[in-house]
Design a binder for this molecule. Sequence first.
Ligand SMILES: Nc1nc2c(ncn2[C@@H]2O[C@H](COP(=O)(O)OP(=O)(O)OP(=O)(O)O)[C@@H](O)[C@H]2O)c(=O)[nH]1
Ligand SMILES: [Mg+2]
Length: 381
Amino acid sequence: MKLLIVGIGDCGCRLAGEFAELDRMARAKRGASIVTRAYAVNNDKAGLAALTKAGHRTLSPVLIRGPLESKDKSTEAGARLVRQESDRVMTAMRLGGFFDADAFLLVAGSGGSLGSGGVPVIAQLLKEHYVDKPVYALIILPFETEASEAQYVHNTAICLKSTDKVADAVILVDNGGVGVWEEITPAENLDGVNKGIVFPFYDLLCAGEVVGPKYSGAKVLDAGDIVQTLAGWTAIGVGKTKFSTSILPWRNTQDFREKGSETLRAVEAMNLALIRLSIDCKLENAGKALYLLSVPSKKANVDMVSVLGNRLRELAENAEIRDGSFYGAKDSAQVTVIASQLVYVDRIKSYYHRAAELARTPKADEKTKEKKRTRRAQKPD
Ligand SMILES: Nc1nc2c(ncn2[C@@H]2O[C@H](COP(=O)(O)OP(=O)(O)OP(=O)(O)O)[C@@H](O)[C@H]2O)c(=O)[nH]1
Ligand SMILES: [Mg+2]
């Protein structure tokens, strides 16, 4: 699948840069192109300049006019600014990448102003202009340390509600939380967190784009399968387990025991993917799900796919499930899982609830701010 990425605001722009990097890796390692173009839309000229330094040929900066340091940090203010500048954004984006893309992916952090307000505005415009292409959003929720700040709670609730209304699917990411690759990356290491956020898309996007017998598994998972799966609230995860390499180089054939243990490794990889889903959710609440197995061709066996299928069917009992496999991984089993059309996500409910509470008691917010101001004033220099 080929995506056209639009990152808005600081978080969105950095992630657009990561998607451009993912595309570079796919081209270099697998000869596949997975991002037609990545646009980075921001009002921060210096930030955009730093981003383009990496020299990704698929990344294009789009500078919009607007105050960098505005007092109003609400989602509504961000939406107003992007709406005002929408002609400039849409014109800049006509540069290319639209024709070949299977879908749009808009990316932003929900706690800020520009990105969280801009995503629904641009999503609406893209839906009006390009009726035949799905519009997806990748929304990064606040870090745990920010999650109690009134402004972040308000912005997140508004961003989620308005994005859900226009986008075909909203992929949620718990910032620096469960959805990280390899191990928990500390929040200070934004680069690491960002790599962890985009990596689950690597195999998923490559599976239908790699060509030749070197890669083709038992069943290709293409853009059509992904489009059929993505709907509403969505979580994504990837898990990887290493295969042990035989110390006897002349042994090419596998016995039953070996095959069994390799299938077990694939199941472990799926379990890891489920633990690392980008947002905490119950699989029984998913209306659709997908799994993709990536293994070296020598290690593939028919059992693997069916065992994984049975496992996911057990867990996501109400979901329509799609699957695929390809020979992408080198010495490991890598499994990507998507849980989509989630009818209930605890985190969303909690943001809506807290935002409603804050709206009812704006004084509480003022009190927190006042306390902070006093604490800051008391701090010795
Ligand atoms: N994962 C990740 N989160 C980020 C990054 N940059 C910012 N964030 C988070 O995104 C939220 C703030 O969004 P920003 O993107 O900084 O805000 P903005 O869209 O530029 O809007 P402004 O408030 O106008 O600057 C916070 O929750 C940050 O912790 C990043 O590079 N990676
Ligand atoms: Mg910003």
